[in-house]
Write a protein that binds this ligand. Structure first.
Ligand SMILES: Cc1cc2nc3c(=O)[nH]c(=O)nc-3n(C[C@H](O)[C@H](O)[C@H](O)COP(=O)(O)OP(=O)(O)OC[C@H]3O[C@@H](n4cnc5c(N)ncnc54)[C@H](O)[C@@H]3O)c2cc1C
Length: 437
């Protein structure tokens, strides 16, 4: 089948733009045969290729990426390696699912931790945990449910009043926050770069090599512009492009998230904030305000959703709208910052299922999917990639059982009802959660 849509990553990712320029690896220009083909070099594909190569060091693995290493969502995100699900307090009857999520996320975090240490990946890896913050009574109610969930899971936390939040972050904007220690913060473009540059020797990694056509059979044949790969086995790791690979059609959808990064704050601005250590903050209600970072190098990152676009093709007015929104959010929270501090605004794709189930599993006898991470791909993507490689090698584990027990994406309504429904739902959530904006 022909792949009818390819990614169109823009080049505005602030995380990448502050790194040293890098020479990408050459694209595929030959016909090759490999044991394992992995398509897509985000968190999922990088983890899948590494694990497949580790399990069978004498076999060959090809990893192909449509764009450059670090062009996809995995290098554009807010840099939270999240262990606790955001909705811990929402469904206390389903402790089994929460515990499974926790096991999977912590295994992923541990793996990434080991990679950062073993390969000395310089990515501002920081075990600061995260703050879930509220500014209204409605938001505080959500924090109270979150605490109930944490108590039931016997997870540690610190309940911080407004003064404590100000002392930690420099902001007077929030009246309360719950700090949980398990989340790691990092620079996502630097992490992805480090992971891609430290793959085992039996992985051949081809950048700027979009798969244009794929045939599934006893061998998987993937055609690219300059060559062809014939593989005994294959892992699909293309995130929201899953349906264009012939899988999860009408079961998954995408929304675009936007993020902005500021310049390094001046010494005076840092002092006005109280010279804080780096921190990461998520809003009590996911659509009720921005996710924020204060980085080790004294920048602010803001992230918000934009449900109107369900493709990665966004217009200049989408960027402008998001930039203006994020500039206002910075000014509301950090009045001490002078002028317009935003350096870059970028967008990235979030692959979702309506029931938030992973798009993980067996597609055909020799093909597994590690796609659709429902917005928390640094842990879920990493784990789905590793587990897909293990499953294809016949390795069973508690973690494989955990991810399989998370269910499968449900059928979606047809277009245009789907797009209208997503847009209406996002608007509804934003309106319901407006007290937190
Ligand atoms: C602004 C923003 C903030 C976010 N914040 C967080 C956060 O703090 N923490 C978190 O865990 N998650 C966050 N997310 C979500 C997270 O980034 C994603 O869930 C995760 O990156 C998905 O990883 P992946 O490997 O599945 O997909 P991707 O990283 O999207 O990788 C898929 C790759 O497949 C490639 N591809 C597609 N089609 C083809 C083809 N035909 N041939 C070859 N290659 C192809 C793409 O180019 C892409 O590089 C955020 C996302 C955004 C956009």
């Amino acid at each position: 089948m022909k792949i009818s849509r390819l990614p169109t990553h823009d080049q505005t990712n602030g995380w990448t733009n502050i790194l040293e320029p890098r020479q990408s690896l050459p694209p595929l220009t030959d016909d090759i045969r490999v044991d394992m083909l992995v398509i897509g070099a985000g968190a999922a594909g990088l983890a899948a290729a590494r694990r497949a190569a580790e399990i069978q060091p004498d076999r060959t693995v090809a990893l192909v990426e449509a764009a450059k290493l670090g062009d996809g969502a995995s290098a554009r995100n807010s840099g939270f390696v999240i262990d606790l699900p955001h909705n811990v307090g929402a469904d206390l009857d389903d402790l089994g699912t929460l515990k499974r999520s926790l096991r999977l996320a912590r295994a992923a975090r541990q793996h990434l931790d080991e990679m950062v240490t073993t390969h000395t990946i310089d990515c501002q890896w920081s075990r600061q945990g995260q703050l879930m913050a509220a500014r209204s009574k409605q938001g505080e109610d959500v924090l109270d449910s979150f605490i109930k969930g944490l108590d039931m899971l016997e997870e540690p936390y610190t309940d911080m009043d407004g003064d404590a939040v100000r002392a930690r972050t420099g902001m007077t904007y929030y009246r309360r926050a719950i700090h949980t220690p398990g989340t790691v913060l990092m620079q996502p473009a630097a992490l992805v770069r480090g992971l891609g540059e430290s793959l085992p020797e039996n992985v051949s990694f081809f950048e700027n090599t979009p798969v244009l056509e794929i045939d599934y059979g006893s061998k998987v044949i993937a055609k690219t512009k300059g060559g062809k790969i014939s593989a005994d086995r294959c892992i699909l790791a293309v995130n929201g492009f899953a349906p264009f690979m012939g899988h999860l059609k009408r079961k998954v959808f995408t929304i675009q998230a936007f993020a902005s990064m500021t310049r390094v704050l001046t010494v005076e601005e840092q002092a006005a904030l109280g010279n804080p250590e780096d921190w990461g903050l998520v809003p009590a209600m996911a659509f009720g305000g921005p996710t924020m970072r204060y980085t080790m190098d004294n920048r602010i990152i803001m992230r918000s959703f934009w449900g109107k676009r369900q493709t990665d093709v966004v217009s200049s007015s989408d960027y402008k709208r998001s930039r203006n929104l994020q500039l206002q959010q910075i000014r509301d929270r950090f009045p001490m910052i002078q002028g317009d501090p935003i350096l870059d605004t970028w967008t990235g794709q979030i692959g979702l299922a309506s029931n938030f189930a992973p798009g993980f599993g067996q597609v055909r006898e020799n093909v597994w999917s590690a796609m659709i991470q429902n917005g928390v791909g640094m842990t879920k993507g990493t784990m789905s990639g590793r587990l897909a490689a293990e499953a294809l090698n016949g390795i069973d584990s508690q973690l494989l059982k955990d991810i399989q027990a998370m269910g499968n994406p449900e059928q979606l309504p047809p277009q245009p009802i789907l797009s209208m429904g997503i847009w209406a739902k996002v608007k509804w959530w934003e309106w319901m959660q407006r007290s937190e904006m």
